[in-house]
Design a protein around this ligand. Structure first.
Ligand SMILES: [Fe+2]
Length: 163
């Protein structure tokens, strides 16, 4: 892929993914306001934009490195950068006394740190298989079983998705 096309593809992927997420929020608001058809249209556009994002992601997939390189980038660059962003956001939210947001950002930072631990665990024993159970509220991942309550956000077991 031409470098300029690749840059456009990455940018469009990010933008359209964000746009799809926003449409879902707008749809919830429209539904809350009783605007049923508008909510449906916004939901349909969200699904459309997710499909577009998926299409560009598939184009980019061929451009990624080996799993070894991707793992290194994900766990030594991307995730640590995300943790730093969450920690900064948590600190700011704490300073302006937005407790709910402080808690959300702090929990996300913890969850991301745990992802690094999960990868280290996998790295030490790459052949051992396990299932992953993900809290749909905070993103906490538990191996092999669903907990009764999420240890991070206290969501109940039915909020967990199994992969
Ligand atoms: Fe959770």
């Amino acid at each position: 892929m031409n470098p300029q096309t690749r840059l456009h593809t990455e940018t469009v992927f990010l933008e359209v993914s964000l746009a799809a997420s926003r449409k879902k929020i707008y749809a919830l608001r429209a539904a809350k306001e009783g605007k049923k058809q508008l909510a449906k249209l916004l939901s349909a556009i969200a699904v459309s934009e997710e499909a577009q994002a998926q299409r560009f992601l598939l184009q980019l997939r061929g451009q990624t490195g080996t799993s070894e390189e991707n793992t290194r980038i994900a766990f030594t660059e991307e995730i640590p950068s995300l943790i730093t962003q969450y920690e900064t956001a948590a600190e700011n939210a704490g300073q302006v006394e937005e407790r709910g947001m402080h808690s959300a950002f702090s929990q996300s930072a913890r969850v991301e740190r745990m992802h690094i631990q999960l990868q280290k665990k996998l790295d030490t024993n790459p052949v051992k298989e396990c299932s992953y159970h993900i809290c749909s509220f905070c993103g906490f991942i538990m191996e092999n079983r669903t907990p009764e309550k999420c240890p991070i956000c206290t969501a109940s077991s039915h909020r967990f998705k199994t992969l």
